[in-house]
Design a protein around this ligand. Structure first.
Ligand code: IPE
Ligand code: IPE
Ligand code: MG
Length: 255
């Protein structure tokens, strides 16, 4: 087995699961619906926002775990276009998390050559949130390692409609013929472009649904659901999901 990059020292018992992974079959792009923050907090008699805070702290852990095994892109669903429906206080709390997350973690992300990007509509975020994320994107734009992609103010149906509108505008202006519209072109109009489709989707908290996340891109992704809530989903759980992914036979409709 090839050694994993940047692995130093003797593994603890908890870390052993990493060594049973097949290094030749690591998913390139992993997407995560980080769900269950509120329920995690409520189970502990804490306010929902305490769950969001704890969930935020988990982001770095899972990012480094993904980087460790050579995942190239990690997309984290952080806020959906539907999450604006939540109480104002909760939305405000979520919008302030980047202001704590980036100053605290950016040095370590940079030290690990991680590049931040966003999939969604940053223009609709409060100015302070947008600025904080844009600063992080700028600070890491020359990094060449793992892409840490936050789906922030993201919704898949809106993404597809806006893509179709832009394609239609190109066609109406005579720059594109309708017969030239194919899967590859459509993918280029998705906000995730040029990232490849996710190989693996993980959803925490036991909910068995997609919640308007990457409906186009997930066509042939392997789906992995766990009862664990996001704040308690640790490196070992992440590697267990990768292990399960490696047991799957991806057939894409073939044999
Ligand atoms: C996921 O946790 C985080 C966001 C949607 C922002 P939730 O806040 O949805 O937690 P539950 O699902 O209510 O437990
Ligand atoms: C999906 O979780 C969105 C994020 C994790 C950001 P939700 O908690 O919003 O999804 P539903 O409401 O359970 O479908
Ligand atoms: Mg939820």
């Amino acid at each position: 087995m090839k050694p994993f990059k940047k692995w130093f020292g003797t593994p603890t018992k908890d870390e052993e699961s990493i060594f049973s992974l097949d290094t030749d079959n690591i998913p390139n792009h992993v997407a995560v619906i980080m769900d269950g923050n509120g329920r995690w907090a409520q189970k502990r008699g804490l306010p929902r926002v305490a769950g969001h805070h704890s969930g935020m702290k988990n982001v770095k852990k899972i990012t480094l775990a993904a980087d460790q095994i050579g995942v190239q892109a990690l997309t984290l669903y952080a806020f959906s276009t539907e999450n604006w429906k939540r109480p104002k206080d909760e939305v405000e709390y979520l919008m302030k998390l980047p202001l704590e997350f980036f100053p605290k973690e950016i040095d370590e992300l940079i030290a690990n050559n991680i590049r931040i990007r966003i999939t969604g509509w940053p223009e609709a975020l409060p100015d302070y949130t947008r600025k904080s994320v844009e600063d992080a994107i700028r600070q890491t734009e020359h990094n060449t390692g793992l892409i840490l992609n936050f789906a922030l103010n993201y919704g898949s149906r809106k993404e597809m409609i806006s893509g179709v509108q832009r394609i239609a505008q190109e066609a109406a202006a005579g720059r594109l013929r309708p017969e030239d519209i194919n899967e590859e072109l459509f993918s280029q109009y998705m906000l995730t472009a040029p990232l490849p489709d996710p190989d693996l989707l993980i959803r925490t908290s036991g909910e068995l649904r997609i919640s308007n996340f990457m409906l186009w891109q997930l066509a042939y992704s392997e789906l992995y659901f766990t009862e664990l809530c996001w704040p308690e989903f640790n490196e070992q759980h992440f590697y267990m999901a990768i292990q399960e992914y490696q047991r799957r036979a991806r057939r894409y409709g073939g044999l």
